[in-house]
Design a protein around this ligand. Structure first.
Ligand code: MG
Length: 380
């Protein structure tokens, strides 16, 4: 079925999220959770929610104006935890695949949500891949547990909130005129992230430098497939107050990336190259840092482990996100005190955020005392 038609059909009768909300079977349309459950433990519900982007999002390989998303809830003893799966098309998941994955789960067999290892091992074992779907359950369970403990996760992990970095704000690939306008929107931020990988890369930076000297970071999204060109760009960017370059070359060009790292004056950060915990060790052979995203790592549990392993291997740590609501962004922000750099602007890129959560104050990620992942649903 056409994805857009599927989402539209699934939206018929969809309810706006307000606290606390129980998603009715009717509202879920074709994504209703089956009643094939075996216990009285954790209850799972979910619904599709199409994210509308403020600007068309242009990357080296495609452009889009919406992102498919599924909102998830777990409930235990009257406490609700919120989660979310965001599925930018290039990652291979869809509303259909996420709903299918969630429909096959039976969390009612678990009566104690504190058995997180056991529950998430079960979730991970039910099907390969499906990383965003797995993340949605992981985030919701973390939210639930944090609420039961009355503490946010950064505190449970023992992290100091003042160590949160500034977040970058992203400027996608666009015409010179649009980029000039977008630079104005970056005023509240301390770091500007520039998407690259087309022929006008230098022009983009020159336009930004017409109006601001703020540090930039560059995400080539695998767009430079010649190592000499990549090195030339790294040298050029190093003279223009650039902090690092994310995924300069295609992920398959591992040897070339290792070659580039030996020569680049700027740190190289792996994004598309790595997904989960076992990938971190390999990344250390060709990159200086890793970009952890919950939709890749299957959620907060493994994201935290990835950050710890990266630190132990001497890598820089960055936390990023997809275009997603404040739900998943706030979950990722719990990790921020462990990171050197953050790119948590996904919620700011959408026009229909349905959660209130992590705030940016003076450009910095600012964590609150709210328990769990620190979010409250609001009417979309
Ligand atoms: Mg990236």
């Amino acid at each position: 079925m056409n994805r857009r038609k599927f989402i539209k059909d699934s939206f018929i009768g969809m309810i706006a999220v307000s606290a606390p909300v129980s998603i009715s079977a009717a509202a879920l349309g074709s994504c209703t959770k089956k009643s094939t459950t075996t216990g009285s433990g954790i209850k799972l519900s979910f619904k599709p929610y199409e994210l509308k982007l403020r600007h068309a999002f242009n990357l080296a390989k495609y452009s889009r104006t919406t992102t498919p998303d599924v909102l998830v809830q777990v409930e235990h003893d009257g406490i609700i935890g919120y989660g979310e799966a965001s599925m930018p098309p290039y990652l291979g998941e869809s509303v259909e695949s996420v709903c299918k994955f969630l429909n096959n789960l039976d969390l009612t067999q678990f009566n104690d949500p504190f058995r997180l290892e056991e529950i998430l091992e079960y979730v991970d074992s039910t099907a390969p891949n499906n990383r965003a779907a797995k993340a949605s359950v992981d985030i919701a369970l973390h939210d639930l547990l944090g609420k039961k403990m009355g503490q946010p996760w950064y505190k449970i992990w023992g992290l100091s909130p003042e160590k949160c970095p500034s977040t970058s704000f992203t400027i996608g690939i666009d015409t010179a005129e649009v980029v000039r306008k977008k630079v104005e929107e970056t005023a509240p931020f301390n770091v500007i992230k520039v998407k690259m990988g087309l022929d006008n890369d230098k022009e983009l930076v020159e336009i930004i430098r017409e109006s601001t000297d703020k540090p930039i970071c560059v995400d080539a999204n695998q767009g430079w497939d010649d190592k000499y060109k990549a090195l030339e760009m790294c040298n050029w960017l190093a003279e223009r107050n650039c902090l690092f370059v994310e995924q300069p070359m295609p992920k398959e060009m591992f040897e070339e990336t290792a070659w580039l790292r030996e020569r680049s004056p700027l740190p190289l950060v792996a994004d598309e190259f790595l997904q989960r915990l076992p990938d971190v060790k390999r990344a250390a052979e060709a990159y200086d840092g890793i970009n952890i995203k919950l939709m890749k790592s299957t959620g907060m549990r493994e994201g935290f482990q990835m950050a710890q392993l990266a630190r132990a291997l001497g890598l820089k740590v960055m936390v990023g996100c997809m275009t997603e609501t404040s739900c998943a962004v706030s979950a990722a922000a719990q990790l921020a005190p462990l990171t050197d750099w953050a790119d948590l602007d996904g919620n700011l890129l959408i026009a229909n955020d349905c959660f209130d959560g992590m705030k940016i104050v003076d450009g910095k990620i600012t964590l609150s005392d709210r328990p769990g992942i620190g979010v409250v649903p609001i009417n979309a």
